[in-house]
Design a protein around this ligand. Sequence first.
Ligand SMILES: Cc1ncc(C[n+]2csc(CCOP(=O)(O)OP(=O)(O)O)c2C)c(N)n1
Length: 160
Amino acid sequence: MPIYEGESYITSTSYVSMGGLAVPGAVAASIIYPDRDVVALVGDGGFLMSGLEVSTAVQYGAKPRIIVFNDSAYRVLGVYERVRFGGITETLVKLPNIDFALLAQSLGAEGITITRREDLKPLLADALNSDKAVVVDVHIDPPNAVPIPYQRLYGFKSIG
Ligand SMILES: Cc1ncc(C[n+]2csc(CCOP(=O)(O)OP(=O)(O)O)c2C)c(N)n1
């Protein structure tokens, strides 16, 4: 992913801990820098670890944009399983189907759902233009798609 400006991108390196940075980091950044566009990119598994912190942004009138990559799975764990053991046990990586837009609304934030590729750009523009905290629930199609860094690393695009 190209990054065009210094001090504009933060990620969890080394241990790649889920839940600690994307949502809480975006909530904190949007409170501290109300005039900057703050966007978080997070898997649905990561969101489930700390996504309720969106309510803190609502409480402080902050406007983080949280983009959830929703494949109803801990998909990367399936990638590891396939690499190590040659197959994937779907029940081990499966997450519930959760309506993150509805969840966001229940916290006082805006919720947007994207299920079609052609809606991606216009609805992300809506999210950027929103005047409140917003969670964009982006449904991954196909749901067994391998995240791009892992495609590059292991040479396969889907599992299942
Ligand atoms: C705190 C923490 N627990 C467990 C892991 C191990 N882990 C690495 S990737 C992953 C699944 C991530 O799921 P999701 O956020 O839905 O993204 P996806 O793999 O589907 O793209 C897990 C559990 C981790 N990195 N951090």
